[in-house]
Write a protein that binds this ligand. Structure first.
Ligand code: FPP
Length: 249
């Protein structure tokens, strides 16, 4: 069972988010404001990815989910898409040793089969190499869209029913959670979006049902480890009720 169930979790002021999901937004604008090509912002964004992964365990975070490329991002100019694909591949090749050393497990969410073959290859190698690591789990959403994820899960469950292996009455929220790309991982406690935009943009629609949201003004290239720590600290002052009232806590 993978969900953080509202009825199975302590209500009230939390110690800190164990699973943080981040919509890393604003790379392009950060660069444009400096008169630079948008891709410069993406390169700077990689440094921030490194920073948040390094500091996350010290902040009590056990799982970090990063939205790197959405199913809608293919609509960007061809040049920008190809820079991003090369950047993801280079990041994986460069960081795999360090991430392994830091005891970080990496898994990818989304439709990897829609990505360039050479990128798919290094993604699979990284997942395999880090599979036994436990200090931090990093989920990188690459060619990911939540509606497509839910659609794929539905198709998979329907096929199980059609094959006589699954009773429709046995489909509950846990069965659906486990059929998603995030199967086996607890839901996010906190979703952060940078760059001042306040949208969910087809990210973790099912999993974020009870998450807290933090919308921060910094563009992603400015979201330092310190800003990450501050954002997490502000979560500690909120009260999560999961639909109940405070006095029931
Ligand atoms: C959002 O900025 C960012 C992206 C679409 C790409 C995210 C990629 C990185 C941060 C690079 C590193 C990632 C990994 C996992 C190595 P935007 O281009 O949407 O900015 P804008 O809203 O200003 O246009």
């Amino acid at each position: 069972m993978s969900r953080s169930k509202p009825d199975g979790q302590a209500r009230g002021t939390p110690a800190g988010p164990r699973h943080v999901a981040i919509i890393m937004d604003g790379n392009g604008r950060w660069a444009e404001r400096r008169g630079q090509p948008r891709t410069v912002g993406h390169h700077r964004g990689v440094e921030r990815v490194r920073d948040v992964i390094t500091i996350a365990p010290d902040l009590g975070v056990e799982t970090l989910t990063l939205f790197a490329f959405s199913t809608e991002n293919w609509r960007r100019p061809h040049y920008e898409v190809s820079v991003l694909m090369r950047l993801f591949k280079r990041y994986i090749i460069r960081e795999v040793d360090e991430l392994d050393l830091q005891d970080v497990r990496v898994r990818f969410l989304g439709e990897s089969e829609g990505l360039p073959a050479d990128l798919q290859r290094v993604m699979a190698q990284m997942e395999e190499r880090t599979a036994g690591n436990r200090r931090l789990t990093v989920q990188v959403a690459l060619n990911y869209g939540a509606r497509r994820e839910i659609t794929r899960a539905t198709q998979q469950l329907a096929a199980e029913v059609a094959a006589g292996r699954l009773d429709p009455a046995a489909i509950d929220e846990d069965v659906i959670s486990d059929a998603l790309d995030t199967g086996g991982i607890a839901d996010p406690d906190l979703v952060i979006r940078t760059s001042g935009e306040q949208r969910i943009s087809n990210f973790l629609l099912w999993q974020a049902a009870y998450a807290e949201f933090a919308f921060v003004e910094d563009c992603w290239p400015d979201f330092t480890a310190e800003r990450f720590a501050e954002t997490i600290a502000s979560y500690g002052t909120r009260e999560r009720r999961f639909g109940a009232v405070a006095s029931q806590g």
